[in-house]
Design a protein around this ligand. Structure first.
Ligand code: AMP
Ligand code: GLY
Length: 429
């Protein structure tokens, strides 16, 4: 291995992590690239290896990284970040990219995030938080519906109830505070005003002081066409977003991103990593923060990284060294779009272990990339392991071409009961 090369460990096993592995392995500075635990896609990606350690088994990950001379660990999902994986790696003298536990609370605790925004004048929905049922119910009766009830902690996107009427809001409060459906994540509830407007995401690299925005992307959270059905982790995404006009981006940077990074530093929390703000843009153009994520989005990462021309490893190095103001990210002019194939029943109950067939030879390889999410290989066969199974992503000279190519690729994928939205990108083409 040439001296300049480093072994890289990617923590996680979803589509976002497949995209990270696919991109990082292209860096001339990358030695071995391992993904823990990875999936069927990372298992077969050229130059990438899977490592059979769970993404939340921090002790085992630290031990492996020390042993295998891992030069950089990049963390995909929020759970290990919120659990303190970066602190554990640092304590062992190992480089791990992402916010430390105290800063990851921006995602790990909605009550913490709300207090933080209040303290630093960052626009967000008016709210109160409660850990007792009586107090929460009394407050609900005072403010009335429509209203939003959220479980405080990580709830895999399922801890948010948009209540049209008081009955639904009260049931959500009881369910979270007295039921055990959310475990510790539901021991505090946040009750907040229901904001109206247009939802956009903003994702950037942050080095503790500087911000390097990534290409814009639009995500589709609802399960069904037309934005109907239950909320999911994301059913598709495209980049760039037609909604991210220069005026809006300036406001997001001035009113949300810069005050967030400055506020974290002022509070003594060094934030290094990817920072994702989920925003509601109100009629007057004010960007209100719905939530912070301390990581990249999934599936936004898949089209975003397809468009990235720069070496991602060099950008991450710059962020880790506090040098983001000295680098630039270069993007393909082309558009990229990804469509998620999900298992029948998702985001409710669904079967796993279903055979997934991808007719690779038919795919135009220079324009299409199938990023796996919930797959594994067993006995030479590709099987599903979770609700979101894969994301067919494509580049195109414009969004319509990217969209046509991604949907054409899905014609060559088969899974019993699998489904996908037919309208990803349609509102923008
Ligand atoms: P969160 O996990 O906080 O982003 O919430 C999940 C989704 O619920 C968001 O993407 C929004 O679509 C919606 N949501 C959350 N909070 C609010 C709010 N205060 N007003 C309107 N919609 C909201
Ligand atoms: N796609 C939304 C998220 O990653 O949070």
């Amino acid at each position: 291995m040439p001296r300049a090369q480093r072994n890289i460990l990617i923590v996680g096993g979803g589509g976002r992590e497949h995209a990270l592995a696919w991109k990082l392995v292209q860096s001339p500075m990358a030695g071995r690239v391992l993904v823990a635990p990875g999936n069927g896609g990372t298992a077969t990606e050229a130059g990438v290896e899977n490592l059979n350690i769970d993404a939340t088994d921090i002790d085992a990950l630290v031990a492996f990284a020390a042993d295998a001379e891992i030069g950089l660990t990049v963390v995909g999902p929020e759970a290990p970040l919120v659990a303190g994986i970066v602190d554990a790696f640092s304590a062992a003298g190992l480089a791990c990219f992402g916010p430390a536990r105290a800063a990851a609370r921006l995602e790990g605790s909605k009550a913490f995030a709300k207090d933080f925004m209040g303290r630093h004048g960052i626009p967000t929905a008016r709210h109160r938080h409660f850990d007792d049922v009586d107090g929460a119910l009394r407050h609900l009766r005072e403010v009335g519906a429509p209203i939003v009830v959220k479980a405080d902690g990580l709830a895999a996107g399922k801890g948010v109830i948009l209540a049209d009427d008081l009955y639904t809001a009260e049931a959500a409060v009881r369910d979270m505070l007295s039921g055990d459906r959310f475990g510790a994540a539901g021991s505090t509830v946040v009750i907040e005003e229901w904001l109206r407007g247009t939802e956009v995401s903003y994702i950037a690299l942050v080095d503790g002081a500087h911000i390097l925005p990534l290409a814009s992307a639009q995500d589709y959270k609802a399960r069904d066409d037309g934005g109907r059905g239950p909320n999911t982790g994301g059913m598709g995404a495209f980049s760039p977003s037609h909604l991210m006009l220069p005026d809006l981006e300036h406001r997001i940077l001035d009113e949300v991103m810069r005050p967030t990074v400055a506020g974290l530093a002022a509070d003594g929390l060094q934030y290094v990593g990817f920072l994702y703000a989920g925003l509601m843009i109100a009629e007057g153009g004010t960007p209100y923060v719905l939530e912070y994520n301390c990581r990249l989005g999934d599936p936004e990462t898949q089209p975003i990284l397809l468009r990235l021309r720069s070496d991602l490893l060099a950008l991450i190095d710059a962020a880790a060294a506090g040098r983001l103001h000295q680098v630039e990210a270069h993007w393909h002019e082309q558009a990229a779009l990804g469509v998620v194939l999900a298992a029948g029943g998702y985001p409710g109950d669904y079967a796993t272990g279903l055979p997934v067939r991808i007719d690779v030879p038919r795919m135009p390889n220079d324009r299409v990339k199938v990023f796996h999410a919930g797959t594994r290989i067993q006995g030479g066969q590709l099987l599903s392991t979770s609700g979101r199974v894969l994301c067919a992503a494509a580049l195109g000279d414009d969004l319509a071409e990217a969209r046509n190519t991604a949907y054409a690729a899905l014609q060559d994928v088969e899974m019993p009961g699998g489904f996908y939205r037919r309208d990803i990108g349609r509102d923008a083409t």
